[in-house]
Design a protein around this ligand. Structure first.
Ligand SMILES: NC(=O)c1ccc[n+]([C@@H]2O[C@H](COP(=O)([O-])OP(=O)(O)OC[C@H]3O[C@@H](n4cnc5c(N)ncnc54)[C@H](OP(=O)(O)O)[C@@H]3O)[C@@H](O)[C@H]2O)c1
Length: 259
């Protein structure tokens, strides 16, 4: 018996889609023939530019500022997007921040803000999208990080939240089965606004290149390619997984690289 196939996504929703990884994901879906809804936080110029790039690819776009840390507005954004574009086939809760918090004196409000943005917001987005995804037989691709697998005291709440995203992918995959698949990507170091300071400093830029078996930083398009795969028919029997996209960085150290 041949496996049932699913058509390519017709409408994709990406939170934090104006810059960085989210922008690359939004454009990759548009290039693959999908209309796109995306949110951003506070830089309308970048959002306008991404929207016109999507239109330039011949696709429809719906976008507005919507704070991922506000679960109520995150859910409202999903409803508006589904209503404007007619359906939802894939949802990518990508919006994120990564402040240097350390581990010693993390204020309760810092915890609340990070967890709201990185964990509660994505949950609210998926929860609101579930009825639409059940109808379309669609899927979710969450954006975790290799920080969610490893120890990362420099940004302890970020790492804990990203571990939570990996857990969310697994629990939601069971909860939404069989109609909706839920997976995650876990990027390593990717060259975006979030990592600009590290990339601009030759010492950290080189250290990261040397600790990455592929010998370079990740580009947003590297992550977008993995998201497109997880949302595609090629991944039709994959759910609850987190796909690491880090050029091998999390495999471990070789002494040779220290020299
Ligand atoms: N870059 C990396 O090395 C890396 C590695 C692992 C995982 N990740 C994850 O990948 C995701 C994207 O990161 P990135 O590197 O592409 O970041 P980025 O370049 O800083 O872009 C972040 C995007 O998210 C939006 N955003 C931020 N906070 C938001 C909020 N509260 N509500 C709505 N939109 C918000 C921003 O909009 P505005 O411009 O309007 O603020 C922007 O479009 C994040 O979840 C991050 O944790 C990144």
């Amino acid at each position: 018996m041949s496996a049932p196939t699913t058509p390519p996504p017709r409408v994709a929703l990406v939170t934090g889609g104006s810059r960085g990884i989210g922008r690359a994901v939004a454009l990759a879906f548009a290039r693959n023939g999908a209309d796109v809804a995306f949110s951003y936080r506070r830089e309308p110029a970048a959002a306008d530019e991404t929207a016109s790039a999507i239109r330039g690819l011949g696709r429809r776009v719906f976008y507005r500022a919507s704070d991922a840390a506000d679960a109520t507005d995150a859910a409202r954004f999903v409803e508006e997007a589904a209503s404007e574009l007619g359906r939802l086939d894939v949802v990518v809760p990508n919006a994120g921040i990564a402040p240097d918090t350390g581990w010693e004196e993390v204020a309760p409000e810092t915890w609340t803000h990070l967890l709201s943005t990185l964990l509660v917001g994505p949950y609210a987005t998926v929860r609101a999208a579930t009825p639409h995804l059940r109808v379309s037989g669609g899927s979710v691709v969450l954006v975790a990080s290799i920080a969610g697998f490893s120890a990362y005291p420099e940004e302890l709440p970020y790492a804990a939240a990203k571990a939570g995203v990996i857990s969310l992918a697994r629990s939601l995959a069971l909860a939404l089965a069989p109609q909706v698949r839920v997976n995650a990507v876990a990027p390593g170091w990717v060259r975006t606004g979030m990592t600009r300071e590290l990339y601009d400093d030759p010492r950290s830029r080189t250290a990261i290149e040397r600790s990455t078996p592929r010998g370079r930083w990740g580009e947003p398009e590297d992550v977008a390619a993995a998201v497109i795969f997880l949302a595609s028919d090629g991944a039709r029997f994959i759910t609850g997984e987190t796909l690491v996209v880090d050029g091998g960085e999390s495999l471990g150290w070789r002494v040779g690289r220290l020299r």
